[in-house]
Design a protein around this ligand. Structure first.
Ligand code: MV4
Length: 482
């Protein structure tokens, strides 16, 4: 391994996750942080940390500053985490040009999969099933309208350089098309600065399934199974599960075959996630590919026993994959609960402020990837994800029971979180039976009780009662002596 020191161009729980991987590999870690982030846990846990002065969000996007810092700190490589510069082909290229290893795929592959139309065409040309739709970027609403009619309603309008559900509109009827196209295009301009759109047939009630791939520089491509990411709210994933608890073995095998073959054919390297929609007839459609480590990677790590972040670093350093597909086995079920600083009683509006008391769940089959500690101030500038609770059990029912138990142990005081939502989901019968698709949360949300339950107050009452018993025993003892 050529890499001895890594700069982590990210923040929060994923920065800490990468530091942990570095420590176990004997690699020195270098953190960066905005002025607002001085109290960040990753800043203390890294071997070195450097402040970046300026706007708290923009500093994590400053390619020139980050690269010059990496060189000054004598790093061989940069890990971009997720978000920020993780899917910037320009950043990956700038690393290369400055003699730094970008821990991720090649810039060409980042660029290809950043372009949703080009990546669809590339996948289609190598035999991957895609959803019927426009094959060229659409800028003009009249042209787009004609194509929508050809496809037939319902259609979905998407941003060609989009993501996260931004710049997306579902169109049910011909009359609504042009207004919704304009709205989607305006959103795309606002968030991505691009007006290129495309139109697809809308797939009803799909499951959102993604396959984790890991590939080295020598053509070895291995999959680590799939994740079910159907439980989302406003295109933000809330719960991810590995493997999918409601997928037939035939569909699963087909997904693995398609994903590994495609990545081999493209000469893809590093980790990647291929997203599919599975419709009600079990038909498979590629939708997009993520060329980064994902938030939900831990569920795959748990069922595969593979440390994806460590292997990603080794691959970037030129190592061959340590294992063959046949040597891998996937075991049990893992569920990840994204704990967000947001108030479920106020339409999930982001919350910020000090965590005054904090008790994390633990015990067998529980993993916590988190930036929290008692006294930490959740900041308003960044993503609301503050912790990920991951549970594992040999079977689905066991994983749900484990989740209930772990969520009951969880206690965060000072800020509102979405823990009540998670508690409601694990109590829901449809979830317990693994009956869900991408519409699950929208349908269920209104019937969930999302009040905060204060378990610590109950526990403290219990403790006070015990103290009283002790006092009573002491008094009794005294009376015995008399
Ligand atoms: C779709 C779709 C149905 N039909 N495309 C959402 C995020 C982006 N990665 C792709 N997404 C979807 N694309 C076609 N042709 C359904 C989704 C989708 C979704 C749509 C509306 C509400 C919630 C959703 C959750 C997951 C996926």
């Amino acid at each position: 391994m050529r890499i001895k020191k890594i700069l982590i161009a990210s923040r929060g729980e994923i920065a800490l996750r990468i530091i942990r991987a570095c420590k176990e590999l004997g690699i020195r870690s270098v953190a960066i942080f905005s002025e607002a982030d001085v109290e960040g846990i990753w800043v203390r846990k890294a071997d070195e940390a450097y402040p970046l002065l300026g706007d708290p969000l923009r500093v994590y996007l400053d390619i020139d500053k980050i690269i010059s810092l990496a060189k000054k700190a004598e790093c061989e490589a940069i890990h971009p985490g997720y978000g920020f510069l993780s899917e910037s082909a320009e950043f990956a290229k700038a690393c290369e040009e400055n003699g730094l290893i970008f821990i991720g795929p090649k810039p060409e592959h980042i660029a290809l999969f950043g372009d949703k139309i080009a990546s669809k065409e590339a996948m289609k040309s190598i035999g991957v099933p895609v959803i019927e739709g426009s094959q060229k970027p659409l800028r003009d609403k009249k042209k787009a309208h004609r194509i929508a009619r050809e496809i037939g309603y319902p259609v979905i309008i998407k941003a060609a350089f989009g993501g996260g559900g931004r710049g997306m509109r579902i169109v049910e009827s011909d009359e609504e098309f042009e207004a919704l196209f304009e709205a989607a295009q305006n959103e795309s301009m606002k968030f991505f600065g691009k007006k290129e759109m495309f139109v697809e047939k809308y797939v009803k009630n799909p499951r959102h399934i993604e396959v984790q791939i890991i590939a080295d520089k020598y053509g070895n491509v291995v999959h680590l199974g799939e994740r079910d990411c159907s439980i989302q709210r406003r295109h933000q994933k809330v719960i991810e599960i590995a493997p999918s608890p409601n997928l037939s073995q035939e569909v699963r095998k087909e997904l693995y075959r398609i994903a590994t073959k495609a990545m081999f054919r493209l000469g893809y390297e590093s980790v990647g996630t291929i997203e599919f929609l599975i419709d009600e007839n079990d038909d498979i459609y590629f939708i997009e590919m993520n060329t980064r480590i994902q938030v939900e990677h831990p569920v795959t790590e748990i069922i595969s026993g593979i440390d994806i972040v460590q292997r990603m670093i080794e691959i970037a350093g030129g190592d061959k994959l340590r294992f063959l597909q046949e040597e891998l086995s996937l075991r049990g079920y893992a569920i990840e609960f994204r704990i967000n600083a947001e108030d479920p009683r106020k339409n999930f509006f982001p919350t910020s402020g000090s965590v005054t008391r904090y008790m994390a769940p633990g015990g067998p089959g529980v993993r916590m990837d988190s930036l929290l500690y008692t006294g930490y101030k959740v900041l308003p500038y960044y993503d609301s994800l503050i912790a990920k609770l991951i549970v594992w059990s040999l079977d689905w029912e066991g994983a749900v029971k484990k989740a209930k138990r772990a969520l009951d142990e969880f206690y965060i005081e000072g800020i509102a979180t979405n823990i009540p939502l998670h508690r409601a989901i694990v109590e829901d019968e449809d979830f317990q039976k693994a009956h869900f698709n991408t519409n699950y949360l929208d349908k269920k949300l209104s019937e969930f009780d999302l009040e905060m339950r204060n378990s610590i107050e109950e526990e403290e009452k219990k403790m006070k009662r015990i103290q009283k018993v002790i006092e009573a025993i002491k008094k009794n003892k005294l009376s015995y002596r008399q």
